[in-house]
Design a protein around this ligand. Structure first.
Ligand code: MRU
Length: 364
């Protein structure tokens, strides 16, 4: 059994994405688990670069970094007029919003900051509005994670051994996480809970990040090779799969870290429920289905090399998609801040977006 109060204390100091001393600070996730190192990002180029090389990663966290990145862009450019400031916002929104293509949270967040800031009547007012909107996005994400945790803990009250994939925890959001938010909420409710974390080749977000943050919280975690997950699911040891998402299409198809689809197929065969946990900022009602989600292709050297040595012949052809799409038929339920949706996803998702835009974090 875990001690949730102590677990919270151990995270008070963690600044995954934070506005500190009037600048954007991120925890450099490329250095984990060896080192807890922070980076101050002071230009649009640095923000784009940090997002591209996964120094900050996870859909809600890159949304938050992108939102604060709009303020960084204004500070860097120091525009002399309202028209200049609007040009800076337009340029930054285009560059930061497209730094990675799959997670919809990123363009959503920069669009939101741009729209709020453009209402400003002076350069100072534009900057003030941009920062206030970025803060609002951060606050909403924290509330959304907490609400996802509550709904997920209720849904999975009797399921204690959870398999996740990649990292959808504190390191991937501005709050307690989505999939791992459910785990933390279960622990806080006094449920026994333990996590299986596939290592998540090639960048090892499961082994490096999920294992790091769960151990820091005192939650039992076991790392396994991605290729062992099907056997584990078939063994009866896992009671539920809970993963995050980068984009959920209007029909409920889910883009998440590559490997997620394989877990969903194996879970279906083993009769293990497969859940996705996500805030509303991860839904994209304008994308009809998974076939229309752009999947990021990453550099071949992520596969050809590891820890400074060759893991494949130099120059060999590589296919390195960062994400895959799990068809909605394989998803038992989607845990959102306003409850768990299941079954016929199209009307359920349409209904989510008919509600007020301020519902993030609410409990129904
Ligand atoms: O490439 P990454 O590390 O940014 O991929 C992250 C994931 O796939 C997460 O599962 C997803 O963003 C959800 S984070 C709450």
């Amino acid at each position: 059994m875990t001690r949730p109060a102590a677990a919270e204390e151990r995270f008070e100091d963690l600044q995954v994405v934070a506005w500190v001393d009037d600048r954007l600070r991120i925890l450099d996730q490329t250095a984990l688990p060896d080192e807890e190192r922070y980076l101050d990002l002071t230009s649009t180029d640095e923000v784009v670069d940090a997002i591209r090389r996964l120094a900050v990663r996870g859909a809600p966290a890159i949304g938050g970094a992108g939102a604060y990145g709009m303020v960084v862009a204004l500070d860097e450019a120091a525009p002399g007029s309202v028209a200049d400031a609007r040009r800076v916002l337009a340029d930054a929104a285009a560059r930061i919003g497209s730094a990675r293509p799959t997670a919809v949270n990123l363009p959503w967040a920069v669009r939101r900051v741009r729209a709020a800031a453009e209402e400003g009547t002076s350069v100072d007012d534009i900057r003030r509005r941009a920062l206030a909107e970025a803060d609002a996005i951060a606050t909403e994400d924290r509330a959304a994670c907490a609400a996802i945790g509550r709904h997920g803990a209720a849904e999975l009250a009797d399921r204690h051994r959870i398999l996740t994939h990649c990292n959808a925890g504190r390191l991937a959001t501005l709050g307690i996480g989505t999939a791992l938010g459910v785990v933390y909420a279960k622990a806080a409710a006094g449920h026994p809970v333990e996590v299986y974390a596939p290592e998540t080749r090639p960048l090892l977000q499961g082994a490096r990040l999920t294992a790091w943050e769960l151990r820091r919280s005192g939650i039992p975690v076991t790392v396994l090779p991605d290729s062992a997950a099907a056997m584990l699911l078939g063994s009866g040891r896992v009671e539920a799969v809970v993963v995050g998402a980068d984009r959920i299409a209007a029909n409920g198809d889910v883009a998440n870290k590559v490997g997620t689809f394989a877990h969903a197929v194996a879970a279906a065969r083993a009769g293990v429920p497969f859940y996705v946990a996500a805030p509303l900022s991860t839904f994209d009602p304008d994308t009809p289905d998974g076939d229309h989600i752009e999947i990021e292709q990453r550099h071949p050297d992520e596969i050809r090399r590891c820890a400074d040595r060759a893991t494949a012949p130099a120059g060999v052809d590589v296919w390195n998609p960062a994400f895959d799409v799990t068809p909605h038929e394989l998803v038992t339920g989607i845990i959102t801040p306003v409850g768990v949706i299941r079954g016929d996803y199209s009307p359920a998702i349409a209904h989510l977006f008919e509600r007020s835009a301020t519902m993030e974090g609410e409990t129904p």
